[in-house]
Design a protein around this ligand. Structure first.
Ligand code: FDA
Length: 310
């Protein structure tokens, strides 16, 4: 992990910083850059607009670590509405979900029942559900739950694997063995050196190796990164190994490297954008800020200058 990520994520966890960021209108522009809307209804037209430029989407209602079954059930309802809303507009019904939003902290069985409710609808509308990967304390439970639901819904559900984790290669091999669709990412959480590479070079080297493995042996892998070196390596590898452009896709986040998204789509590559929406944007937003020092400097400057503005 880059040296600046951990302190930025720690500062973001500090109550007054969160309160300030949530309530200060100065951040509206920056939040809107990464988060498409507060409601599904506000967000669907943006998916339509993006689709018109040949780019597909995966919709994510933001939220994590719910503390009641009622909150988890409300999330299920929104995910189901998302699948149906996309399908009714003739958009690909593709969503991303987080297990802690579906009650993983309350018990695996609760989360599993909620995921199955979503997958039933996904099958009905011909859709696809990606289970995002969260902090390392959830990886075992997420992989196990994923494999259980993948047995019943092999075409409808996929997983995310983070290249910063030492265990990533073993997880990629497990996924390949069961023909499961993998989204490969670098990883966005603050992790200790006991479980994750401390250096960005090691994390990126691992990404490259796992990306090649997935392109060669995986089932429709998603290369999810904005890193041009890795994207160029994927393009070259696919060309050299005769891997058709319909056998994998690139994925990027809403609001990040739009120029590159459009360029890849126009070159004929499959390009999908991860589109988050909802009111619980703070943790997602802080991870995006921590990825780029320029973004973090802006936020911290506003925070420390607030006395002057008050
Ligand atoms: P890297 O961070 O090295 O960035 C490469 C370049 O991209 C930067 O130099 C900059 O130009 C640009 N860039 C990257 N982030 C930016 C930002 N926030 N603002 C502005 N520019 C930026 N993680 C996870 O742990 N679990 C998950 O389930 C997912 N899911 C997911 C889905 C999709 C579609 C994507 C693209 C990413 C994720 N991630 C994720 C996040 C991922 O782990 C990682 O934190 C980010 O993608 C940033 O890493 P890059 O691969 O882009 O490389």
């Amino acid at each position: 992990m880059q040296w600046y990520r951990r302190p930025i994520l720690a500062v973001a966890d500090f109550g007054p910083v969160e309160q300030f960021t949530r309530t200060n209108s100065l951040f509206k522009g920056l939040v809107n850059r990464f988060v498409a809307g507060e409601t599904l209804e506000e967000t669907l037209p943006k998916v339509e607009q993006i689709a018109s430029s040949g780019i597909t989407a995966t919709l994510d209602e933001l939220g994590e670590n719910v503390s009641s079954e009622a909150e988890a059930s409300a999330a299920v309802e929104t995910f189901i509405r998302s699948l149906r809303g996309l399908s009714e507009r003739s958009l690909e019904p593709n969503i991303s979900i987080k297990l802690t939003m579906l009650g993983l902290d309350l018990g695996t069985e609760i989360a599993k029942a909620n995921v199955l409710r979503i997958l039933t609808v996904a099958r009905e509308v011909g859709g696809f559900v990606r289970i995002d990967m969260e902090g390392s304390q959830y990886v075992d439970a997420t992989m196990d739950l994923f494999e259980q639901v993948h047995d019943a819904y092999p075409a409808e559900v996929g997983i995310v694997i983070q290249s910063y984790l030492y265990r990533a290669r073993a997880d990629v091999e497990r996924a390949i063995a069961r023909n499961a669709r993998v989204r490969l990412v670098k990883g966005a959480y603050s992790e200790p050196a006991t479980v994750a590479f401390a250096s960005a070079v090691d994390r990126d080297d691992n990404y490259l190796r796992l990306m090649y493995l997935l392109l060669e042996k995986g089932t429709y892998p998603a290369i999810a990164t904005h890193d041009t070196a890795l994207i160029n390596a994927a393009k070259a590898f696919a060309k050299d190994h005769g891997i058709g452009l319909d056998r994998f896709e690139f994925q990027m986040l809403y609001g990040v490297r739009r120029d590159l998204q459009t360029q890849l789509a126009s070159e004929g590559y499959r390009m999908r954008v991860y589109i988050p929406f909802g009111t619980e944007w703070y943790p997602y937003f802080t991870r995006r800020i921590a990825e780029r020092p320029a973004n973090a400097t802006f936020v911290l400057r506003q925070f420390f200058d607030r006395g002057k503005a008050d």
